[in-house]
Design a protein around this ligand. Structure first.
Ligand code: URA
Length: 242
């Protein structure tokens, strides 16, 4: 690959910044100063250093984001801020995208990566990846709702697979419930529509987990971090290159 692309991918700087750094003779390839952005390198075999600091090429990156309400899970949009606007410039250069979608008013765990094959398998209906949500609901959810979720809720356009409804708290006075819902699909507005099908309304929705990944309580809304080694290892079960 081209040396300037390698340096941009490694987060050294933008293409223009990288060009300047190359010109200032700070970059070496196998110990030899290289100043041309177009120089071809083998990112697996060649030793690249900037100001004596060795670099390793990352093919894929993974960010765990605590998505806030008000931003959309897309890579660009004319009207709204997107989850990519929450990344710093270096991290955004990695061309990541969200694995699946959360509604604009849903908050919580969202994985961003540039690993297409991983996203593909995590979203495949055949893989049955559990997604756990916590919801505030207007209305009192009960055992009949739990059974209906377990049996598979029938929506107008499709029949949901069995899902788990756990009732965490009820406030009879305010007529509100706090519930945890586990689904294996990811249809448009699915959780809200399943609750609606039982005559109640979701007023707040937070995603707590997706497969082996859990929302990190240390992450404030809008913050993100790279996956830990343990989290990355937990994704090995999907059988794709990480
Ligand atoms: N179900 C919904 O209704 N909305 C989401 O954002 C995710 C799941």
């Amino acid at each position: 690959m081209r040396l300037d692309k390698f340096l941009v991918d490694c987060g050294v700087g933008s293409r223009t910044e990288v060009k300047k750094i190359l010109k200032s003779k700070q970059v070496t390839v196998n110990g030899q100063v290289e100043t041309s952005p177009k120089a071809q390198i083998d990112e697996q075999a060649d030793q690249i250093a900037v100001a004596g600091q060795g670099l390793t090429h990352e093919k894929y990156v993974y960010y765990l984001l605590n998505k806030p309400k008000g931003v959309i899970s897309a890579t660009d949009d004319d009207k709204h801020r997107t989850v990519l606007d929450l990344l710093d410039d270096t991290d955004r250069r990695k061309e990541v995208f969200p694995v699946g979608r959360l509604d604009i008013d849903t908050h919580g765990l969202l994985l961003l990566t540039n690993n297409g094959p991983l996203a593909h398998v995590m979203l495949s209906p055949k893989k049955h990846v559990d997604k756990i949500y916590q919801a505030q609901v207007d209305g009192i959810m009960d055992e009949a709702d739990r059974l209906a979720f377990e049996n598979g809720i029938e929506l107008k356009d499709f029949a949901c697979q069995p899902a788990k409804l756990e009732i965490l708290a009820l406030d009879e006075e305010k007529n509100q419930s706090t519930v945890r819902i586990t689904i294996r699909e990811g249809k448009f507005h699915q959780v809200k529509r399943m609750v609606q099908a039982r005559g109640k309304t979701v007023t707040d929705l937070q995603r707590l987990s997706m497969g082996p990944l859990r929302l990190d309580s240390q992450l404030a809304l809008g913050d993100y971090r790279r996956l830990t080694v343990e989290e990355l290892t937990s994704l090995e079960g999907f059988g794709v290159e990480l």
